[in-house]
Design a protein around this ligand. Structure first.
Ligand code: GDP
Length: 296
């Protein structure tokens, strides 16, 4: 499970702190030095770690904390709150258009879990009594259309497809038209990925975005690639102005750095977390719960 190494290191640091009756400024400094190392080892962005530590110190090394009967608990509480803030503070919810259907554009690199996430999101919406439709606009990866159709069959969610000879822009536009006619309230458009970011990929995604004016542009990114996930998010955000991130494979043994730093670096909130290969393994991302989980 993600964060295991980080969690156990932080728990160690804090149990040492709790073992002390009084907590001196030096104790806080020592603890923060260890927290800093733990975060860096978990692959959290260097600048993010620096700012985080200085914010926590600023709050923790105050008269109030030192005077408290349980200073260690106060320090832990400060870390918890700052970690929550770092990951976005309040939960960032999926948009809902006043004029349905709400259009969600799924973007990302190949293998990140985009097609799976599209299916998972459809399932989540279905459970909330919405009527989603999927659109197969990845015409390049062989079998991507079929993969989405198979997911659609499992979920009993219609999949709009026009084969691989029609442009993705046209597929997306016609898909939304069909969704309107059939009164779907959400349209999830699965787009093509590449192994790496390249101009033609971005150009095509921009064209689709311009043509359909989506309510959400969600980047699906693999948490297992650590800091690289943050770099990928920065590039996509720069080009496409993302509205949110779906961080996948958090069930794997990722060290967690991407989850902790991507919001701080890009300004773009994580909206969902992928927790497995199955279709029900997608969870709305709650920064507070994630912080508590990390701190154990
Ligand atoms: P795409 O190329 O971005 O559309 O990627 P796919 O949706 O085809 O997913 C690539 C692989 O990652 C597949 O084997 C998925 O089962 C797997 N995958 C996707 N999301 C998750 C996740 O949250 N956890 C795990 N463990 N595997 C995932």
């Amino acid at each position: 499970m993600a964060f295991e190494g980080l969690s156990s290191r932080l728990q160690n640091v804090f149990s040492k702190l709790k073992g002390k009756g009084k907590v001196s400024e030096e104790d806080v400094n020592d603890a923060m030095r260890e927290v800093r190392l733990a975060l860096l080892e978990a692959d959290v962005n260097f600048k993010v770690v620096k700012e985080f530590i200085s914010k926590v110190k600023e709050k923790a090394i105050g008269q109030e904390v030192m005077k408290s009967f349980t200073p260690a608990m106060v320090v832990i509480d400060i870390v918890n709150k700052e970690l929550t803030e770092l990951m976005g503070g309040a939960q960032s919810k999926l948009a809902k258009s006043n004029r349905p259907p709400t259009v969600i554009l799924m973007v990302g690199l190949q293998g990140a879990g985009k097609t799976t996430a599209s299916g998972k999101l459809a399932k989540l919406l279905q459970k909330q009594n919405h009527k989603p439709m999927l659109v197969a606009a990845d015409i390049y990866r062989p079998a991507a259309i079929k993969q989405l159709q198979t997911l659609g069959e499992q979920l009993k969610v219609p999949v709009f497809a026009l084969g691989d000879q029609v442009s993705p822009v046209e597929i997306a536009k016609q898909g939304i038209e069909q969704a309107k006619q059939e009164h779907h309230d959400y349209v999830i458009i699965d787009t093509a990925g590449r192994l790496q970011i390249d101009e033609s990929l971005m150009e095509e995604l921009k064209q689709i975005k311009d043509a359909v004016q989506p309510d959400e542009v969600l980047l699906v990114v693999d948490a297992m690639i650590g800091q690289e996930a943050v770099n990928v998010a920065e590039s996509f955000h720069h080009q496409l102005e993302l509205s949110g991130i779906v961080l996948t494979k958090l069930d794997g043994d990722t060290r967690g750095g991407a989850a902790i730093s991507v919001k701080a670096v890009t300004g773009c909130p994580i909206k969902f977390a992928g927790m497995g290969e199955k279709l029900d393994a997608l969870e709305p991302f709650h920064p507070e719960r994630m912080a508590s989980r990390i701190l154990g």
